[in-house]
Design a protein around this ligand. Structure first.
Ligand code: FE
Length: 287
């Protein structure tokens, strides 16, 4: 047994995306700020409609998966496949762009708080051009593991703790998920401790978005990606206000990454092809 340490911090930087949505980007803020298989993590959090009202009008993706987790507020997703998704508080949208998706993500509110995360999860070369897929996961379908000291919402992967086992709605058992991702939202009560199992060899990071926490006596920075060293468990201690944090882990793909905006492939040529396909209106076409 070995415990994972806090190895590297990727701070979040204020930026804007879509038609001007203000957000904080940690992973993905530069090409050096990735953690295979994770490409990007954006946090959006505002009570001011001017920060989010413009939304993300119609735009393409190819070669990876986007995962949106809403904490507060409502967005609506529409895509070229005819899917319409309601992103309500506590819900998750898991979209596999594969060969191509063209979609929009627009706010369904004109006031109030909008808060959540968007994660970009890479696909291996063999799956980059597979057909697009889309899943809306309502809050009620995300199971929670409650333990003495807190609870974990299990969005992806399986968590075993204190003799209990909870499988998330997105699970590595599905053939589609070569990266076998874990996506947990941990809520720790004030001044408590928990030890969670993580697969050795999988890359992992945490993102503290409320309260205070420490790992091995080291304080975890607020609103930053804390990259973990290897090991088979993670020990966390919360501060006097408790802690809320995302825990993400996945099997590294170990392939070259060529990215141009919303296209993430392995080579420059494949990026050129994606741009060409998009210009020709063939991005989303079945092969
Ligand atoms: Fe998008």
């Amino acid at each position: 047994m070995s415990t994972r340490s806090l190895q590297r911090i990727i701070p979040s930087v204020a930026t804007a995306d879509g038609a001007g949505v203000k957000l904080r980007r940690s992973l993905g803020s530069s090409q050096f700020a990735r953690l295979d298989p994770f490409l990007m993590l954006d946090e959006f959090y505002s009570d001011n409609p001017n920060d989010y009202i413009a939304g993300f009008p119609s735009h393409p993706h190819r070669g990876f998966e986007t995962v949106t987790y809403m904490l507060d507020g409502r967005m609506q997703h529409k895509d070229h496949l005819g899917n319409t998704g309601d992103l309500a508080p506590g819900s998750v949208q898991w979209m596999t762009a594969g060969r191509g998706v063209i979609h929009s993500e627009m706010p369904r509110q004109s006031e109030g708080r909008m808060r959540g995360f968007q994660l970009w999860l890479n696909l291996p070369a063999a799956e980059k051009m597979k057909p697009a897929d889309y899943r809306d996961i309502p809050a009620a379908d995300i199971p929670e593991l409650v333990f003495d000291g807190g609870r974990v919402r299990v969005i992806a992967g399986t968590l075993s703790l204190e003799g209990e086992r909870v499988a998330g709605p997105v699970n590595g058992g599905e053939a589609s998920l070569a990266t076998d991702p874990i996506y947990w939202d941990l809520h720790l009560d004030p001044a408590r401790e928990v030890t969670l199992p993580l697969t050795r060899g999988h890359n992992a990071f945490i993102y503290l978005y409320e309260g205070q926490a420490s790992i091995g006596g080291q304080g975890v920075p607020h609103r930053a990606a804390g990259v973990l060293g290897d090991g088979d468990r993670l020990n966390l201690v919360s501060g006097s206000d408790g802690a809320r944090l995302l825990i993400l882990a996945g099997r590294p793909i170990n392939e070259p990454v060529a990215q141009y905006g919303p296209f993430v492939m392995n080579t420059r040529e494949e990026i050129e092809q994606a741009l060409q396909d998009y210009r020709d209106g063939r991005l989303t076409e079945a092969v």
